[in-house]
Design a protein around this ligand. Structure first.
Ligand code: ADP
Ligand code: MG
Length: 212
């Protein structure tokens, strides 16, 4: 069996050093199943409960792919709730602390527009947000997603349960088709399977039963 140690992965040196200083050594099962493929630019469909290590998996994937010298939005992470988006942004910032001048911006509903519009004018590399609010900004031409090369759907089943399908469709129209797509969901009802089939290309499947 291949090693499940993070040091076995082809990650940028700054990321490996930071993982080491955070204290992560061995990958969780979902990370071991998905990260090697994510780092090969493959699409992923992954099933795993909260706490299984999904955020670290896609966070490392998007940070490794990112070119910090290109100041444009390169990754988009969609989450069902503001709480979750805040958690994800926090984890990404933690994983990114050895990468200088990286900008992670959250765009969530239920918050005033003004500050978000201001932040968008300053730009970002990574956007983490809820589909409805991102759709709002797109419709007002305040958000350019034409350079996105990695899309993450986190807790896709909850996003659909919350009625975000139309917003998701709008967002997908604004992202290049040749992007990498990582879809995470705790459950896989028919609706999720359909979407997964539609938005991923030749995906690698990852599944873990128990949480980490
Ligand atoms: P999920 O997104 O599936 O809920 P997270 O990626 O947020 O899971 O990870 C859950 C918790 O486990 C976090 O506190 C995170 O810091 C920690 N964690 C994630 N991956 C590892 C790892 N490989 N080794 C040790 N701790 C980890
Ligand atoms: Mg999570």
């Amino acid at each position: 069996m291949s090693s499940t140690n993070f040091s076995s992965l082809p990650l940028k040196k700054a990321l490996l050093e930071n993982i080491d200083s955070i204290g992560y050594q061995d990958m969780t099962p979902i990370q071991a199943q998905s990260l090697p493929a994510i780092l090969q630019n493959k699409d992923i469909i992954a099933q795993g409960k909260t706490g299984s290590g999904k955020t670290v998996a896609f966070g490392l994937g998007l940070l490794n792919k990112l070119d910090v010298k290109r100041f444009c939005i390169q990754s988009l992470v969609l989450c069902p709730t503001r709480e979750l988006a805040d958690q994800v942004a926090k984890e990404i910032r933690k994983l990114a602390r050895t990468i200088h001048n990286i900008k992670v911006l959250t765009l969530c509903g239920g918050l005033p527009m003004g500050p978000q519009i201001g932040s968008l004018l300053h730009g970002a590399h990574i956007i983490v947000g809820t589909p409805g609010r991102i759709e709002d900004h797109l419709k007002k031409n305040r958000l350019d997603l034409s350079n996105v090369n990695l899309l993450v759907l986190d807790e896709a089943d909850r996003m659909l349960e919350m009625g975000f399908q139309p917003s998701l469709d709008t967002v997908l129209e604004h992202i290049p088709a040749n992007r990498q797509t990582l879809l995470f969901s705790a459950t896989f009802p028919d609706q999720i399977q359909e979407i997964a089939k539609k938005i991923t290309h030749d995906p690698v499947m990852a599944k873990v039963e128990a949480s980490h």
